[in-house]
Ligand binder design. Structure first.
Ligand code: C2E
Ligand code: CA
Ligand code: CA
Length: 656
């Protein structure tokens, strides 16, 4: 029983409750309040006018206290409420205040309803049928008017219906007068329908308000996301510097705004030796180095400079004023000096350096692409000069670019025109001078450009993606040559970084060897230390795979790159080739001797063989022998030459 009555009360509550809850209630209350601001004064105006009309028709018939004092009192109450609501239009209301006024409106609808109903019922006793009909007309029409005015406040609609509508129906039904009973029935029908319409209107109203509010929230969210996206799209997540896109935008905006007389400088900074930091110290340490690099650079730059991180370990700057070549050079030196300071990591000290390439507007170019390309070219030159160099793009570089594109075109034709060939340079036992193997070295003679060094054209081929075709062509040629050599001689073949990281190329190399029926153990692949360092994990996995297939691996040019002995244990190789730069200084430089000795000891402890490259004189050879080095290669023994110039059957004879 109790539960049933509770359920009815809850249903009633729900009927008069506001749709929406929590944060959604707030906009609904304000919307309701705004509607009431115009409707409540109107409602009291109707009530006041109608009741004065009723008082007027009863004046002189009913006692004065009813037609003057009670009517006056009720009218003044109506005017005061109407005026109060009218003044609300000028004020701003908090949520709580608005709620309070809405509650007060409901309360007043009850008080006024009871007041007016009682007044009407007392007046009923004093008039004839027409005056009673006026009362019935007044009550029914006024209730309907009020319901319409309070359409945005269901609680007040209900309270008016309960305090005026129901007593009205009961009172006139009980009068026994058929006309009044008919009016009561008419009223019940009309008011009932009106209440239902009011409620469904209110639901629709609250849904619109909530939907509007949802739209406002969604709009705010979209706006927030847009700002976040904008930030993400233009900012480097790690260093919070501008990213490549934002840098290019800045540059392009700058070029659009510039007058023709102003000048500025675009600089690119690339870290040398950063990759091994990631590989050896881990990515977290790498990230910390990048953060510190960005802090050091930011500190070193003036306010008129813009700094961005445009790639993994590549930074870019715009220096927003003109400067002489000397000044730019000095600036580059300052940057490289800052980056050369060691970085203190938990895993130890990290030493890197930075190379800089600069392009000056308008000499170097007048578009974003041209300036970036020229700065990049200068950077490339700087990196190939030495670690930590600075190069400014000049007219000479422009000439080199043209020559390079000529070279690219010619290289494209070289394979088809069979311009590439192989020379071989023996690797010997220094003591006995007996041949151990031969290193294949690529040669390119072009009718127009003449002889081009492999260092130069292999780099071009790597850039243009031709290197795979060149490697495979030359390797097939080398394997064909090897078939004619005595069994104890091996072929040493250089692989470029692109070959090492390409699974397809490696499969193809193995296919060639198998096709010619050559045992893999007669082939050694030379991979430079720099290649290895470009992706330590991938390259060491590759070399392990090649070793598993029976090939030998030589770590080429050891000591020329990031000679860090700490990573060497991570690499899989059979032979270490000490870079010729150590031999060049060997006789006069105690340090070079020390380094060679240390490397030899390292090779013994790793159980790998060691070859010294670039042996040019007897003195060098003798000294190397005393240091304990056996395998050698260099002009002292043999210069690279076409295979026909070696009589391998007689074991080593050079015909020139
Ligand atoms: P590398 O592999 O270190 O080859 C040794 C280079 O030193 C060769 O230069 C050789 O001619 C030169 N050399 C040998 N003995 C001496 C000496 O006693 N004194 C001096 N000063 N130099 C000596 P080359 O032939 O110009 O090759 C340069 C580089 O080009 C090679 O260095 C190698 O990295 C690359 N390369 C050559 N052929 C190929 C190839 O077929 N594929 C790939 N990927 N790279 C190649
Ligand atoms: Ca080599
Ligand atoms: Ca070498």
């Amino acid at each position: 029983m109790m539960k049933k009555s509770e359920a009815v009360i809850n249903r009633l509550k729900r009927l008069i409750q506001l749709a929406g809850s929590g944060e959604k209630l707030e906009p609904l209350i304000f919307a309701q309040f705004n509607e009431l601001l115009t409707k409540v004064p109107l409602l009291y105006f109707i009530l006041c006018t109608n009741s004065l009309a009723l008082a007027y028709t009863h004046y002189g018939i009913a006692p004065d206290y009813l037609t003057i004092y009670v009517a006056g009192f009720l009218s003044v109450a109506c005017i005061l409420r109407a005026f109060k609501w009218h003044t609300f239009k000028q004020k701003t209301f908090s949520l709580e205040q608005a709620k309070h006024q809405i509650k007060m409106t409901v309360l007043f609808s009850i008080i006024m309803g009871i007041g007016f109903s009682l007044w009407c019922f007392v007046l009923y006793d004093y008039g004839d049928v027409s005056l009673r009909a006026h009362i019935a007309y007044f009550m029914s029409v006024t209730v309907i008017g009020i319901i319409v005015c309070l359409i945005h406040l269901p609680a007040a609609v209900w309270s008016t219906t309960l305090t005026v509508g129901i007593p009205f129906v009961l009172f006139f039904s009980a009068s026994g007068e058929p006309i009044f009973v008919a009016i009561a029935i008419n009223f019940t029908m009309v008011a009932g329908v009106l209440v239902l319409i009011t409620l469904s209107y209110y639901r629709a109203f609250s849904n619109v308000v909530i939907a509007k509010q949802d739209l406002v929230v969604q709009h705010a969210q979209t706006q927030r996301l847009n700002v976040q996206n904008e930030l993400l799209a233009n900012q480097d997540g790690l260093t919070k510097l501008a990213n490549r896109r934002s840098f290019a935008n800045y540059l392009s905006q700058k070029l659009n705004e510039l007058s023709h007389t102003s000048s500025f400088i675009v600089g690119l900074i690339d870290l040398d030796g950063f990759k091994p930091v990631n590989d050896i110290h881990g990515h977290a340490a790498g990230d910390r180095v990048l953060m510190e690099v960005s802090q050091r650079l930011t500190k070193a730059l003036n306010d008129d400079c813009m700094l961005a991180r445009i790639g993994g370990d590549e930074f870019a700057i715009v220096i927003d004023h003109s400067a002489s070549h000397n000044e730019v050079e000095a600036f580059g030196k300052k940057i490289t000096q800052i980056l050369g300071q060691p970085f203190i990591m938990r895993t130890g000290l990290v030493q890197i350096s930075g190379s800089c390439g600069f392009a000056i507007y308008p000499e170097a170019g007048d578009t974003v692409d041209a300036l970036m390309e020229r700065a990049d070219f200068a950077l490339y030159q700087a990196k190939s000069e030495a670690r930590g160099s600075t190069v400014i793009f000049t007219a000479e570089h422009e000439r080199l670019i043209r020559q390079k594109s000529k070279l690219e075109l010619a290289l494209n034709q070289s394979v088809k025109n069979k311009e590439l060939s192989l020379h071989y340079q023996p690797i010997v036992n220094g003591q006995t001078e007996q041949l151990l193997g031969l290193e294949a070295l690529a040669r390119w003679d072009n009718p127009e450009l003449g002889h081009i060094s492999p260092t130069e054209f292999i780099a071009v081929a790597e850039k243009t993606g031709m290197v795979t075709e060149i490697t495979l062509g030359l390797f097939e040629q080398a394997v064909c040559d090897l078939k004619l050599w005595p069994e104890h001689l091996y072929l040493s073949f250089n692989l470029s970084v692109h070959d090492v990281i390409s699974h397809k190329t490696l499969l193809e190399l193995k296919r060639i060897v198998d096709f010619h029926g050559i045992p893999s153990k007669r082939i050694q692949f030379e991979i430079t230390e720099t290649t290895m360092m470009s992706d330590l994990d991938l390259c060491s996995a590759t070399t392990k795979k090649l070793q598993a297939q029976g090939f030998m691996i030589a770590l080429d040019d050891f000591g020329s790159g990031y000679s860090s002995l700490s990573y060497i244990h991570k690499l899989a190789f059979d032979n270490l080739k000490i870079d010729s730069s150590f031999v060049a200084n060997l006789l006069h430089d105690q340090r070079s001797q020390g380094v060679v000795k240390t490397i030899l000891e390292l090779c013994i402890s790793f159980n790998v063989s060691c070859t010294v490259e670039g042996v040019e004189t007897q003195e060098q050879k003798d000294l190397l022998l005393t240091l304990g080095c056996n395998n050698m290669q260099g002009y002292y023994f043999y210069r690279p030459a076409p295979i026909e110039q070696f009589d391998l059957s007689e074991n080593v004879k050079l015909f020139d």
